[in-house]
Design a binder for this molecule. Structure first.
Ligand SMILES: Nc1ncnc2c1ncn2[C@@H]1O[C@H](COP(=O)(O)OP(=O)(O)OP(=O)(O)O)[C@@H](O)[C@H]1O
Length: 242
């Protein structure tokens, strides 16, 4: 029996550490001296005003960008990772074929691919859309397809960069349910959002960035009730900060 069909709990995922990370572009510091350790199977929500560096932090943590200074490393074996973006990057093929392709790239034996892809489509409420071209799916359906693709990879760590910012409430609910499913399966989550209500619903802990600096990394309850910095307090009050 292929274990992926049963969605087993993942084994413990090594901590991910960012140590004194700077990211400079054309002489301009965009992230400065960011140190962060992500451990256990927590849901970490990344918050901060526009341009704070949330997407950059996620891309550096996922390895899509290299730091200008400092280092990003796994304290142990690097797990499988997946990233879900605000606008899903999907192939010009059917929903089913997008998943089959991802499984092929992941090296899944061909005889397992179709049942796994079908099961993932069903899990994310897309069974009836299997043959539809992925790029004509609605925004919410595309995001569910991106999540189904990530689900198939059984990532130890999942990065989600503002995955719900252009979705309606029903689609947001589906994405949040999927995040819960990943979490229950043992996937560590790092997710950025602009939606404070969403952060309150999902976060075990919060990373707060402002002006390219990491100002807080705190348990969610403490961050939302008694933030340490005036910037975070102002952000939570809905004030405009740079
Ligand atoms: N590839 C890049 N090249 C140059 N500058 C970049 C690049 N990516 C991001 N920036 C700049 O870095 C800063 C942080 O960008 P980032 O996208 O990480 O912010 P953010 O917190 O995710 O913002 P938002 O909430 O608006 O999505 C911004 O000033 C942005 O213009």
């Amino acid at each position: 029996m292929n274990t992926m069909l049963q969605a087993p709990a993942l084994t413990a995922v090594a901590p991910l550490a960012l140590e004194a990370v700077d990211f400079v572009h054309r002489g301009q510091p965009l992230l400065s001296d960011v140190s962060l350790r992500l451990a256990d199977c927590r849901r970490t929500l990344v918050l901060g005003p526009n341009g704070a560096g949330k997407s950059l932090l996620m891309r550096l943590a996922h390895g899509l960008l290299a730091p200008s200074q400092g280092r990003v490393h796994w304290e142990g074996a690097a797990p499988r990772q997946a990233m879900v973006f605000q606008h899903p990057v999907l192939l010009k093929r059917s929903a089913l074929d997008n998943l089959l392709y991802a499984l092929a790239v992941a090296g899944t034996p061909w005889r397992h691919r179709r049942p796994l892809a079908r099961a993932a489509l069903a899990r994310f409420g897309l069974a009836a859309l299997a043959r539809r071209p992925a790029r004509v799916l609605s925004g919410g359906e595309q995001q569910r397809l991106a999540l189904a693709r990530a689900w198939l990879l059984e990532p130890g760590m999942l990065f989600l960069d503002e995955p719900t910012s252009s979705l309606d409430p029903a689609a947001i609910k589906a994405v949040e349910a999927a995040v819960d499913d990943f979490h229950r399966r043992g996937t560590r989550i790092l997710m950025s959002t602009h939606d404070l209500h969403q952060a309150r619903r999902l976060a075990d802990e919060v990373v707060f960035l402002c002006g390219g600096r990491l100002l807080e990394h705190a348990p969610a309850e403490r961050f939302f009730t008694a933030p340490d910095t005036p910037e975070a307090a102002a952000f939570l009050r809905g004030e405009l900060i740079d």
